[in-house]
Design a protein around this ligand. Structure first.
Ligand SMILES: *Cc1c(COP(=O)(O)O)cnc(C)c1O
Length: 379
């Protein structure tokens, strides 16, 4: 039995909707399918303005442009994240300042943020790891107090909530990913959520090569011209058609993943009480989206041995981020704030288990058996 780490889920409607876009003869961006996706995202999340992008990476790059990041500006972010969180700001000359995470959710430690703030700090970037929310109330309070902007890297947070607010809608800007490894997908894809209405018009301009073309199409100006620095951040209609098929099924996708997530959680309870692993911890005020199931091995357990066992059984269980602060790019472009001891220890102990729509109970039982046997040396 081979159990892959991820299997992109198709709703079955993607091809007919792509055919519809093809038949419409409108293939460039911002056509009917893009507009449907924007309306859905705005209605479901409550953001002021949703704009599809090529990727979450592109949405983060738009955020850095929108916030006028200048060389030397400092951006507070976790080290335990994907490279795009940092790259987007480094491209503008910004300096990532890597702050440690909390042990329970592996999210940015809100209690360490203030000591990392300097006169050059401009932005805080909370990353909602595994679709579990950061402590946004504290982060927003700190940002307001120091006059900083907040950009949520909600790449993993589509259909997840903090209290009753959708992830990505709490900061000034939020970035979603529809990469095929995420919950709702379009191959490559993403969206920028513009929550601060004052940024909405410039967001459209930056996304359309720095022009006011969106206003021109709405009949608000009689010609479109170059307004400021921008790029081409919008996907074509074929991607938007694919995404629309997925957004229509977003609730069912989340429900399906949640069943599998809950099954792992139940199956692994015994291993946790025996002290072999720690399961994910969900704060009360979060509604996660079952993006990821991970376990943290108890200190002293050899992760490589466990991963080798999974490999031997053709099971796609994998580790995750190599902390950015200690990577060549991080050393060159960023700065570590403090020792980042939690980041180092948790990242070395973490294993992500296979989770996708359609994984069977039998497969999940097998995954847990292999994990158990590899730790107890009985495999
Ligand atoms: C997946 C991911 C990204 C990048 O998303 P793309 O759509 O592939 O650009 C950025 N940040 C985090 C935390 C992610 O998980």
């Amino acid at each position: 039995m081979t159990i892959s780490f991820n299997k992109p889920f198709m709703t079955g409607k993607e091809l007919s909707l792509i055919a519809e876009a093809h038949f419409n003869g409108m293939l460039a961006g911002d056509g009917p399918f893009t507009k449907r996706c924007h309306a859905w995202l705005e209605e479901r999340t409550g953001t002021k303005k949703a704009l599809l992008t090529h990727s979450c990476t592109a949405a983060l790059e738009m955020a850095a442009l929108l916030l006028d990041i200048q060389p030397g500006d400092e951006i507070i972010m976790p080290s335990y994240t994907f490279v795009s969180t940092a790259n987007a700001f480094v491209l503008r000359g910004g300096i990532p300042v890597f702050v440690d995470i909390v042990e329970d959710t592996l999210n940015l430690d809100q209690n360490l943020i203030e000591s990392a703030i300097t006169p050059r700090t401009r932005v805080i970037v909370p990353v909602h790891y595994a679709g579990v929310a950061c402590e946004m109330d504290s982060i927003i309070t700190i940002a307001k107090h120091h006059g900083l902007k907040v950009v949520e890297d909600a790449a993993q947070g589509v259909m997840a909530y903090y209290q009753d607010r959708a992830l990505g809608t709490i900061g000034d800007l939020g970035a979603y990913s529809f990469h095929e490894t995420k919950n709702v997908i379009s191959g490559e894809g993403g969206a920028l959520l513009v929550n601060d209405p004052e940024l909405a018009l410039r967001a459209e301009i930056i996304r359309e090569k720095g022009t006011d073309r969106s206003r021109f199409f709405r009949g608000e100006v009689d010609k479109y011209t170059w307004q400021e620095v921008g790029s081409s951040f919008l996907p074509g209609e074929l991607i938007a058609a694919f995404l629309w098929a997925q957004l229509e099924e977003a609730d069912q996708i989340t429900q399906q993943r949640m069943l599998s997530w809950n099954l792992y959680h139940q199956l692994l309870e015994g291993m946790e009480s025996s002290g072999y692993i720690r399961r994910p911890i969900l704060p009360n005020n979060c509604h996660h989206n079952a993006h990821m199931y991970y376990v943290l091995l108890a200190p002293g357990i050899d992760r490589k041995k466990v991963l080798d066992e999974f490999k031997r059984h053709n099971i796609g269980a994998v580790f995750h981020y190599v902390p950015l602060h200690s990577s060549p790019g991080g050393l060159r472009y960023g700065r570590a704030h403090g020792s980042l001891a939690v980041t180092i220890s948790q990242s070395e102990r973490l294993i992500r288990l296979p989770l996708w729509v359609g994984i069977t109970e039998q497969q999940q039982i097998k995954v847990v058996e292999v994990l158990n046997a590899s730790i107890n040396g009985r495999s």
